[in-house]
Design a binder for this molecule. Structure first.
Ligand code: WTA
Length: 638
């Protein structure tokens, strides 16, 4: 078996090294990525480093090779760090004991659970749904799936029963892993009850494995539901990881787009592994033995790549925090940093902005001297929040990496390299080695030079990129490779300033980003349309001080609405039931009509402007069927 990754993967330590690596990654990409891949352990080496075209599209990295991600995260670490802590679990309630798992303990648990999966009938290629709170069992389940070659699809525990059922049905999972219940702050979430509502809407689930987290009374359906602990008791701790082909599917993660139902983004094994390991080590300038705290939930891609896989591939200690930033008070993140001596802290701008509202007094009692690097992800960070974070958390000494990436990209694409890149607040700065971003103009041409703005595309493959949408390759092609033929289109707008620094300006499609959660306006519209009084809905985002974007819904109803307040409450409940509480609209305006063009298209530009409160100049409205609706909407704006 190879040495540990951290010892032999090249790390970027100066801007000259960054420039050299970047140049090599463009001019000699095969050599560059083969070199990065050498630090992992392979059962069999690749025949080719990269085969690709962005037309079909078809992308294959390290084709012909065999490896296993779980083996690279665990077995490979045992020789040098069996007794080092791999995962620290910090509970929601600080009065409860935290848990630690060393690399050896995690390895044993994963092997045992891999055998549980096999004993339950799971095999290579099966889809397994993980619907768990932020507890180590989520990571154990993911790693065990990867170990036996099953494809995990983690569903964020904030999603409703309908969303859970939709995801299970879309990729036909036959096994579900869940827990009885959990707390977020003071709120108890009865997860198994949600599962019991979801499963009758599905047909493929044979078994449901339940982890007893909170000793909550739940119903166990005979023949279907099995206790995690019972199964583990009887399982052997010996498990040899499956040799997976490089392009074998690793996981599916659902994410929202402009239209239609959420898409099952599919990532494959070897490219994702190399990219997660490489980017974690370089972006955060990770040093051996450091403690890394990523506050994202495992139900989102950040939790996959930078809470579980990236840190474990590098032999880091990763913190898994079950709670929320403001429970029991707004100092909780800093308590966790202080208690576990966190070196690298990675969170979302929305969390920073919400903590900002409480002031800085709390920092006086916390020792944050262990912090060396800070990061942000998920949405643009405004300058004010950047400076607040820098001053109060980083004490002006910690570089902040503003990391831009997406569920589809698998890992970070544009970001400073901590300690190396000269920072500019609110800029994601420069592409990582291997990443070739371009800005496109309205005619579909690349915009050259600096001090420019356009739609962000990537013109060359990187190992962590998604390979398809599960079960719908045509939708994958259509969504990402058809707007600009030959390019991957990100859906984001972007500026390149006079110094060549990249700044992401936000989505240019109908996706909104609420508190770092990505939601398609179409999904919310579909949920609201289910209300019996609603005929038609149009949802747009508007700037929100804390959430980044808030949700503004315009609804047309049948007849006269007697009680608008009641309607609003019911619509919010409808969205909670169909999607989850995080997608509830902030503002709901009842309107008589929507601004539509003669072809029936809603002019969202106008609705966005009104939602923003910018009603002075709505642009050309002469192409609307009925321009008078605009005046009515303006009058009733919230
Ligand atoms: C946005 C999250 C500005 C962007 C990893 C992207 C960002 C979407 C940043 C993906 C950033 C993510 N600056 N915007 N540093 N990071 N975004 O799939 O609009 O949940 O397209 O992946 O979040 O969201 P997703």
């Amino acid at each position: 078996m190879n040495q540990t990754l951290s010892n032999n993967m090249k790390q970027i330590n100066s801007i000259e090294e960054y420039n050299a690596q970047y140049k090599q990654s463009v001019q000699n990409h095969d050599v560059f990525w083969a070199d990065a891949a050498e630090s992992f352990s392979w059962r069999k080496k690749w025949d080719t480093v990269l085969d690709w075209n962005f037309t079909e599209p078809s992308v294959k990295w390290f084709n012909g090779a065999e490896c296993n991600l779980s083996e690279n995260c665990l077995d490979r670490q045992l020789a040098t760090r069996a007794n080092q802590v791999a995962i620290v679990w910090e509970p929601n309630d600080p009065k409860e004991q935290h848990r630690t798992l060393t690399y050896k303990q995690l390895y044993d648990e994963v092997c045992r659970f891999a055998n549980v999966l096999k004993n339950t009938g799971a095999k290579r290629g099966d889809r397994i749904c993980i619907y768990l709170p932020m507890i180590p069992e989520a990571a154990i389940a993911m790693l065990a799936c990867a170990r036996i070659g099953a494809i995990h699809t983690v569903v964020f525990a904030g999603f409703s029963s309908t969303s859970l059922a939709d995801r299970i049905n879309d990729c036909q999972c036959n096994l579900l892993i869940t827990a009885d219940a959990f707390y977020r702050g003071e709120k108890k979430i009865e997860l198994k009850k949600i599962v019991d509502e979801a499963l009758p809407q599905t047909t493929t689930i044979k078994n449901c494995i339940v982890y007893n987290h909170r000793n909550t009374a739940i119903e166990m359906k005979q023949g279907r539901d099995l206790w995690w602990s019972d199964l583990m008791k009887n399982a052997s701790v010996e498990n040899k990881a499956e040799a997976m082909l490089s392009e074998d599917p690793l996981f599916i993660l659902y994410t929202s787009g402009s239209t239609g139902k959420p898409k099952g983004i599919l990532h494959t094994t070897a490219g994702y592994m190399v990219y997660a390991g490489y980017t974690f080590k370089n972006v955060f300038n990770y040093q051996n033995g450091e403690v890394f705290f990523c506050t994202a939930d495992v139900g989102w891609v950040t939790g996959h790549t930078y809470l579980v896989y990236g840190p474990l591939l590098n032999g880091a200690t990763t913190i898994m925090f079950e709670g929320i930033p403001v429970y029991p008070d707004h100092g909780r993140f800093w308590d966790v940093v202080d208690k576990h001596k966190v070196n690298i802290f990675y969170t979302a701008p929305t969390a920073i902005r919400s903590l900002e509202t409480y002031g800085t007094e709390i920092f006086k009692t916390k020792d944050l001297s262990s912090l060396r690097v800070l990061g942000t992800v998920g949405e643009p960070i405004n300058e004010e929040a950047w400076h607040w974070y820098d001053k109060n958390a980083g004490k002006g000494k910690c570089p902040i990496v503003d990391t831009w990436w997406q569920t589809e990209t698998g890992g970070i694409l544009i970001s400073p390299i901590a300690t190396v890149t000269k920072l500019k607040p609110s800029f994601a700065t420069f592409p990582l080695p291997g990443v070739q971003p371009v800005l496109m103009d309205g005619q579909g041409k690349e915009i050259s030079g600096n001090d420019v703005e356009g739609n962000l595309c990537i013109k060359f493959p990187w190992p962590g990129m998604a390979r398809t949408i599960y079960g719908n390759h045509e939708r994958f092609r259509q969504t990402y490779f058809s707007s600009y033929p030959g390019y991957y289109f990100t859906g984001d707008g972007c500026k390149r300033d006079a110094d060549g620094y990249y700044r992401i300006t936000g989505r240019v499609d109908d996706v909104i980003n609420v508190s770092g959660h990505r939601i398609g306006t179409g999904e919310i519209e579909d949920a609201i349309d289910e209300h019996e009084l609603v005929i038609e809905t149009a949802v747009v985002g508007f700037p929100h001080d804390i959430k980044g974007q808030g949700i503004y819904a315009y609804v047309i109803c049948t007849g006269k609405v007697e009680n608008e307040e009641k309607l609003r409450t019911e619509i919010k409940a409808m969205v909670t039931e169909k999607i989850g509480a995080f997608a509830r609209p902030d503002k709901i305006q009842v309107v008589k009509g929507l601004p539509k063009t003669r072809s029936g298209k809603i002019m969202r530009r106008i609705l966005r402007k009104i939602a923003e409160g910018d009603i002075s100049n709505l642009g050309d409205t002469t192409t609307l069927i009925d321009p008078t609706v605009v005046g009515q909407i303006k009058e009733g704006a919230l």
